[in-house]
Design a protein around this ligand. Structure first.
Ligand code: SD4
Length: 333
């Protein structure tokens, strides 16, 4: 795993061109480095970024598509499906931690380079909600389906029911019940949604975001992850962003849409993520456990990431690089 500074060094040794376009490298030590090019022919593409450690495996699946000239849309869908189908991952899809009543309920959304988007919220018993979200986008005039209706739609489209509550997650929930005081639990361990954003060989952007949401939430609670503009936003002229962490804070600030708008107004992806984090911090008096992280990618393949608390990291893959990068942050736990 690389810290941002190690990553910067690696870029400097490996390729000056790469370094100039590494948005996580918004570092005052880099004043002498060439500024980012706006020459579109020099853009880094394809490129894929994902939240958290599970992003490495998800990026591998996405890369198989991107490296063979596939679309960013296919890449992000196939990429996050890997995480959704991993029973050991307790924050996404199969094996996700349940709500306080023991139900695993999933949220997901997807967005393409034409601003088409689809989402599902409060979906039960379907292992790959991201693919249902894509069907909502492609086969209906709507953007979001929720709950029973989303499940019926998924079954009509040929998805099959799966019991998503693994023994491991059931046991964790039963242990939580003993001392829960019936409060949703937020801590550094249960923030692990996967958000993925990518640019394909044709320079088109797409993104996907999928989660089982906050562990032990109230039954019916929906977070930011399926909400276009909150958990994910893509504007093919500008860039893409997605969020992880306390969904309520991200919704309140229209987090991912704000990051993209900040880029539209000239901020680098790194600066845009930092400002969105600052906004979250200024809007919340009590920041206890208020972890939120953003990742952003612009049309040139520059990227950035930032979080309220320590511990957020992102998986990055392009032709010259495949590794984790630690985000800088504002507060220690
Ligand atoms: C939610 N944002 O449901 C999601 C949870 C998450 O890292 O991202 N955890 O609020």
């Amino acid at each position: 795993m690389k810290s941002r500074r190690e990553f910067i060094k690696l870029g400097a040794i490996g390729s000056a061109a790469l370094l100039t376009q590494t948005a996580c490298a918004a570092d005052d030590k880099l004043d002498n480095i060439e500024t980012i090019t706006t020459d579109k022919t020099a853009a880094i593409k394809p490129i894929v970024l994902s939240t958290w450690n599970h992003g490495i495996d998800a990026n591998k699946a996405a890369w198989e598509i991107l490296s063979q000239n596939g679309t960013a849309l296919d890449a992000v869908e196939q990429g996050v499906r890997v995480t959704e189908s991993d029973p050991d991952n307790q924050s996404v899809g199969l094996g996700g931690l349940p709500d306080r009543d023991g139900n695993v309920t999933l949220d997901a959304c997807i967005m393409d380079h034409n601003s088409n988007c689809g989402a599902v919220a409060f979906l039960k018993e379907i292992e790959n909600p991201i693919s249902v979200a894509r069907k909502v986008m492609e086969d209906t005039p709507h953007v979001m389906l929720a709950g029973e209706g989303a499940l019926e739609f998924a079954l009509e489209k040929g998805f099959t029911k799966t019991n998503l509550l693994t023994e491991k997650s059931k046991e964790a929930w039963q242990n939580w019940l003993k001392e829960s005081e019936y409060q949703p639990q937020i801590n550094s361990e249960n923030h692990d949604t996967i958000g993925m954003i990518a640019i394909d060989e044709n320079g088109n952007l797409a993104g996907a975001c999928t989660t089982s949401g906050m562990a032990y939430k109230l039954h019916g609670r929906v977070g930011d992850s399926p909400i276009i503009g909150a958990g994910l936003f893509v504007d093919n002229e500008i860039g893409a962003a997605c969020a992880t962490g306390v969904g309520e804070a991200v919704i309140r600030t229209a987090g991912s849409a704000i990051v993209v708008e900040l880029m539209r107004h000239g901020k680098s992806p790194q600066e845009a993520c930092e400002e969105a984090v600052a906004r979250i911090m200024s809007k919340h008096k009590d920041l206890t456990n208020m972890q939120v992280g953003f990742i952003a990618l612009n049309k040139q393949g520059e990227y950035g990431c930032h979080s309220v608390y320590a511990g957020f990291n992102i998986a990055v893959r392009h032709n010259d690089f495949e590794d984790m990068v630690d985000a800088e942050y504002e507060l220690e736990w």
